[in-house]
Design a protein around this ligand. Structure first.
Ligand code: MRU
Length: 352
């Protein structure tokens, strides 16, 4: 879905308008556009993964701020500031791991503080403009990630990816999948293996859907098949996205990514993370400090309405894991490739 049936997320109208997003819980069977008109609905959409993927969550948070503050009845800017902080704190409680959520909320607050002195209505309008700018910048950044990442791909490569780091996870084009879209646009012949990504099947439901839509040769595998597929020589490079990269380069992504990185090292296959700088959290020194979301047990025991484990089965469901920097061949950012992945290189590439 490099240019799919509708934008993953966008704003329609002025300050009294609405946010439109594709309900990703219904894909691939149905393409349903959700009209989000209040901050509670946006919080819920993020929580239940109707909108998901780190950069897309950042865009959703920014529009969530607009939805929350546009109904503020504060008479002055001080009162408005209180409402803005409350809205941001509320949205920050939706999901803990993807740092783009917090990055976007901080950016919205910082922008509001540049608008003081002109009245509450001016700040409200300015926040909508800023949310739109976050969306537009994400589109441009993803195309840049694709260009930089495609330089790492050789004609004829077999590529492996995990979860969904495509157009659906961003405003447009994706991160890891942008590398594939761009490689194809450059005329390189690639074949992609997509891990299904238990338990919520973002790989099966979303990545195969996007790649098939773009006419890229994609083969779906169960997560547990990766070792065999690598051993058979079908994979020359792995590209995944990230939800948060720590200052030392440790990369947190969808559960199952770490095991793929260990397998890639064993099979001497280069392993790349593709992520915008908004996913790199210089305040978090190592992956140990990244909060890992735990998801409800029902997503494993009765996913998609079908019971697959005995009633009462004990479950542990971390939604993300951390791949230590030592397993990464590089991190593709819009500012260039971080390689080797060390703290010095992360800071050097990311810092303006
Ligand atoms: O739980 P999800 O679907 O939000 O997890 C998404 C991922 O782990 C993606 O790989 C990551 O956000 C990168 S998206 C460009």
């Amino acid at each position: 879905m490099s240019d799919g049936p509708a934008p993953t997320i966008t704003w329609k109208g002025g300050l009294d308008g609405r946010c439109e997003l594709i309900d990703q819980t219904l894909l691939p069977s149905e393409v349903v556009i959700l009209d989000v008109k209040d901050v509670e609905t946006m919080w819920d959409a993020i929580k239940r993964l109707a909108i998901r993927g780190a950069p897309a969550i950042g865009v959703a948070a920014a529009y969530g701020v607009v939805l929350g503050i546009r109904r503020s009845g504060a008479a002055d800017e001080a009162g408005f500031g209180v409402d803005l902080n409350k809205t941001c704190d509320y949205l920050a409680s939706s999901r803990p791991t993807a740092v783009n959520l917090f990055w976007a909320l901080d950016r919205m607050k910082a922008h509001a503080s540049t608008l003081t002195g002109g009245g509450v209505e001016r700040i409200k309008q300015g926040l909508l403009d800023e949310a739109r700018a976050i969306e537009a910048q994400d589109r441009a950044i993803c195309h840049k990630l694709g260009e930089i990442g495609a330089a790492l791909v050789e004609d004829g490569d077999g590529l492996l990816t995990h979860c969904n780091a495509g157009a659906l996870a961003t405003a447009e084009y994706g991160t890891a999948l942008a590398v594939m879209f761009e490689s194809q646009a450059q005329g390189k012949k690639i074949s992609v293996y997509a891990g299904e990504t238990r338990p919520l099947l973002q790989g099966a439901r979303l990545t195969t859907w996007e790649l098939m839509h773009a006419g890229i040769d994609v083969t779906l595998i169960c997560d547990s098949m990766a070792a065999q597929v690598m051993k058979e020589g079908r994979v020359q490079r792995v590209f995944v996205g990230a939800d948060r990269v720590a200052r030392n380069g440790d990369a947190c992504n969808k559960i199952g990514t770490y095991s793929l990185a260990v397998l890639a090292k064993e099979h001497e296959i280069p392993f790349y993370v593709v992520a915008p700088c908004s996913t790199i959290d210089l305040q978090t020194s190592t992956g140990e400090q990244i909060p890992i979301e735990e998801r409800p047990s029902e997503e494993i025991t009765e996913g998609f309405g079908k019971r697959t484990a005995p009633e009462g089965a004990k479950v542990y469901s971390p939604a993300f894991d951390v791949t230590p920097a030592a397993y990464l061949s590089g991190i593709v950012t819009e500012k260039g490739l971080i390689s080797p992945v060390t703290e010095d290189e992360v800071v050097r590439v990311v810092t303006p």
